[in-house]
Design a protein around this ligand. Structure first.
Ligand SMILES: Cc1ncc(COP(=O)(O)O)c(C=O)c1O
Length: 400
């Protein structure tokens, strides 16, 4: 059958977060006042100095191809930024600038994973990790965690998941979808397990700048520099600088792997957009002030949302250390009947009903490997948070 699609597509699913967003957008377009906690992106505009740098790049004619791994000014700035952040010297030659952090992870998956490999992923997980692993023909192996342990992977659980087939372990801290961030002690304990096992360690630190209550964000790179020869940093400007649409991320990896990822990118994307690279350079040079402001707004929203959700019987949530997500246990609402006569059998049914009945968009936890939960991205105003909590509370009160 020459017209059939490749078999690899049968093992993956589309991004659930993008799907719920599309549904919420369609409802909005039809005139419904939907409050959406679905999007994994800041609602702020890209700061003006960064926008100006993008415009200036276009005006200066910086509109042609760049080297595959990115313009050298940006790679140098990324290496310096990462060295300062993680306390381990990193070189520009090990940086590959990519089409968002997702592009870096994609290059990585194609460079490292193949049939027979296992990749350990703590659950709940960001939706693209398992799908990219499967696209590369490898097997994701999930390590469960729970609200009661702060959504952190325990060292014993990691040790149990490692096998001779384990090619890599992914660690996302602060985490999407839970917001959980590992302390230095917790990272030490995980590193001790990894030390005894020869595998890659993938550190997705795209939310590193977004931590609250004075939490001290640490990279495993700083905590366990002896593992640097098999560590890959994934980072980018999307979340920290409200630049999701500019599509700039990067990987920092040991030379042979970096070269492989560069080669994959050379055949898939060439490079990311040239004006975006210059804008990202400006982002890394930005004064901390704007970032501090965004961080305090997120903290205010987090506290408001958590207080509101905790006041609703049937919803349980912890206090995430970072990112901009609240990940709640909603098992107390499952099995109950709606006024329309529907039984809320699972988290997907609950999310669909909240969208229809309360016009509030949330993402079901099953999308992240944690059925019975829901994720709310608090990239919305405090005023919207208050209205949404009111709507959810009213809808929940109507359940039999
Ligand atoms: C944990 C995590 N890693 C990577 C990405 C990808 O970011 P980018 O938009 O830079 O591709 C996201 C975006 O949602 C994310 O949440």
């Amino acid at each position: 059958m020459p017209t059939r699609l490749a078999h690899r597509l049968s093992v993956i699913v589309p991004s659930a977060t993008l799907a719920i967003n599309a549904r919420a957008q369609a409802l909005k377009a039809s005139g419904v006042d939907v409050i959406s906690f679905g999007a994994g992106e800041p609602d702020f505009d890209t700061p003006s100095n960064i926008r100006d740098a993008g415009v200036e790049a276009i005006e200066k004619g910086r509109t042609r191809y760049t080297p595959v791994a990115g313009v050298s000014e940006l790679r140098n700035a990324i290496a310096a930024h990462s060295t300062a952040l993680r306390g381990v010297a990193m070189k520009a030659e090990n940086v590959v600038v990519t089409v968002g952090a997702k592009g870096a992870l994609f290059n990585l998956a194609l460079s490292l994973f193949e049939p027979g490999d296992e990749v350990v992923i703590p659950a709940p997980y960001w939706v693209s990790y398992p799908e990219q692993v499967r696209l590369a023909g490898a097997e994701p192996v999930f390590v469960e965690s729970s609200l009661d342990t702060g959504w952190k992977m325990r060292p014993e659980a990691l040790a149990r998941a490692l096998t001779p087939k384990t090619k890599a372990v992914v660690l996302c801290t602060p985490s999407n979808p839970t917001g959980a961030a590992y302390s230095a002690d917790e990272l030490h304990a995980l590193a001790e397990v990894l030390r005894a096992h020869d595998c890659w360690v993938i550190l997705d630190e795209i939310y590193a700048a977004l931590v609250y209550d004075g939490f001290v964000q640490q990279s495993m790179m700083r905590v366990a520099p002896d593992l640097a020869a098999r560590m890959v940093i994934i980072d980018g400007v999307s979340k920290t600088y409200a630049m999701t649409g500019w599509r700039v991320g990067w990987s920092i990896a040991p030379t042979p792997l970096s070269k492989a990822m560069e080669m994959v990118q050379s055949q898939g994307a060439t490079s990311t957009a040239t004006p975006s690279q210059w804008a990202a350079l400006e982002a890394l040079r930005s004064p901390a002030l704007e970032l501090d402001q965004m961080r305090s707004i997120f903290q205010l929203r987090r506290d408001r949302l958590l207080a509101g959700l905790r006041s609703i019987a049937g919803i349980r949530c912890g206090t995430p250390e970072g990112a901009f997500y609240a990940f709640c246990d909603v098992q107390g609402l499952l099995g109950r009947r709606t006024p329309e006569g529907q039984t809320l059998s699972d988290d997907a049914a609950l999310a669909a009903w909240l969208l229809d009945a309360a016009h509030v968009a949330v993402v079901p936890g099953s999308a992240f490997g944690a059925p019975g939960h829901m994720r709310l991205s608090y990239a919305v105003s405090v005023e919207q948070i208050d209205r949404a909590v009111e709507r959810i509370a009213k809808a929940v009160a109507s359940l039999a």
